[in-house]
Design a binder for this molecule. Structure first.
Ligand SMILES: [Ca+2]
Ligand SMILES: [Ca+2]
Ligand SMILES: [Ca+2]
Length: 176
């Protein structure tokens, strides 16, 4: 089967009960060279989804990068990220979920995201997602229906191979 490249609309989306005009949104995503500031509620709908996959950054395997996000000024949010590390058009595989944490209203939160070794690389989808503070998001929530309040933003990571001058690595280990 031919490898399928990242394309718009093939990733399932979560649904929310309220549009992100409620003030529950992902703002000010930064990740490596990505700096998408002041997006607010980008596309109020049942999915509260905005496609920012035209925005990309080059990252390297076996390297950690800081992600930062800010909720809107009115409501705190739980934040998570997903990266489709094996490029199979879902975020369901082991290691594709990254918890960022809870951020109070208007307060920026940071977390490290390690791009693992042993993945295919190339253009790779990253999803950043928030939910109002009724409960933390989990690895299963990349397309959960009926979430309360929140927003979803997708980006593109161009993942390069790791540097060959390694420290004696003899095997690739699948993240768990
Ligand atoms: Ca936003
Ligand atoms: Ca996947
Ligand atoms: Ca999968």
């Amino acid at each position: 089967m031919a490898k399928v490249s990242v394309a718009w609309g093939q990733y399932c989306l979560p649904t929310y009960n309220s549009q992100c005009t409620s003030g529950d949104f992902v703002n000010n995503v930064t990740f490596n060279t990505i700096s998408n500031l002041g997006t607010g509620c980008g596309n109020p709908s049942a999915n509260n989804f905005t496609d920012y996959t035209a925005i990309s950054t080059n990252v390297t395997q076996n390297t950690s990068y800081n992600i930062s996000v800010t909720p809107g000024p009115s409501w705190g949010q739980y934040f998570v990220a997903f990266i489709d590390l094996n490029n199979d058009l879902d975020f369901a595989d082991p290691g594709e979920f990254f918890n960022i944490g809870y951020a109070a209203a208007g307060v920026t939160i940071n977390a490290p995201i390690l791009i693992p070794n042993g993945i295919s690389g190339g253009p790779t989808r990253m999803r950043v997602m928030c939910r109002y503070s009724t409960g933390a998001l989990t690895a299963a929530d990349y397309c959960t229906t009926g979430l309360s309040f929140g927003e979803v933003e997708d980006y593109t990571l161009n993942i390069a191979s790791p540097l060959t001058d390694d420290a004696g690595i003899s095997a690739f280990v699948t993240p768990t």
